[in-house]
Design a protein around this ligand. Structure first.
Ligand code: 4NP
Length: 167
């Protein structure tokens, strides 16, 4: 069974590509990547998108890439794309980085039939109490480092839940 996760922020160049790449890193560490389903048969696929069109086609922000390299030793892959309505059908779970992203996604689901798929990323944190992943774009490097710490926590919680069918 494939379980598809979509991480969503505003620009798809800072928070959501980090979440996608961190999740793929954890999946790889757990031995669940490259089509290797776990013994229960769960195969997790990750993607990311932005609610805005500002940075379509751009690679991840270099300050975000620097934080991911320093704190986790991973390279951020991917190019920005905009969230589209077909994503509601195509993904099992849509993870919004902050409340504004969450509301913007729900607004696009006019029939409300997919609201149950949309969650806030910080719901899955166990060591951090912040309710949103803060937008680091106009701040300093410390904000980008904090995004990585929060996303490691949230991605670990999310992976545990997916693997135990608690979603
Ligand atoms: P992200 O960060 O939503 O985490 O990718 C941002 C990227 C760009 C802008 C804002 C936030 N911007 O205003 O261009």
């Amino acid at each position: 069974m494939a379980y598809k996760l979509l991480f969503v922020c505003l620009g798809n160049i800072c928070r959501s590509p980090s979440a996608e790449n961190i999740m793929n890193h954890l999946i790889e560490q757990a031995g669940l990547s490259d089509g290797c389903a776990d013994p229960k048969g769960i195969h997790i696929l990750c993607d990311s998108a932005g609610t805005s069109s500002y940075h379509i086609g751009s690679p991840p922000d270099r300050r975000m890439s620097a934080a991911a390299a320093t704190k986790l030793g991973i390279k951020l892959r991917g190019r920005a794309r905009q969230f589209q309505e077909s994503d509601f059908q195509d993904f099992d779970l849509i993870l919004a980085m902050d409340q504004e992203n969450y509301e913007n996604i729900l607004t696009l689901d006019q029939t409300k039939q997919y609201h149950y798929k949309v969650r806030l990323m910080c719901e899955f944190c166990s060591r951090h109490t912040l309710k949103e992943v803060p937008d680091p774009y106009y701040g300093g490097q410390q904000g980008f480092n904090q995004v990585i710490d929060l996303l490691i926590d949230a991605c670990e919680g999310l992976l545990t839940k997916v693997m135990s069918y608690e979603l």
